[in-house]
Design a protein. Sequence first.
Length: 83
Amino acid sequence: MTFKEKVYKVVETIPKGSVLTYKEVARKIGSPRAFRAVGNVLNKNVDPNVPCHRVIRSDGKIGGYRDGHDFKVVRLRAEGYAC
């Protein structure tokens, strides 16, 4: 399984209204120091089945999103996440 596939597999399990950090995703795939690589993978995602908007920064800030920060906030709020 490729690094990208591992990232997507973890991110696909995040339930609506919940989030993980980039660091938590990296740890779950067995690469705890690869949190920036996780972010790079998710930034390139075009598959709507991978809810990459549910991954945030370790400091609690929303972080980047391919479709823009504001859209990420809208999607998270629509799912019940208080940001």
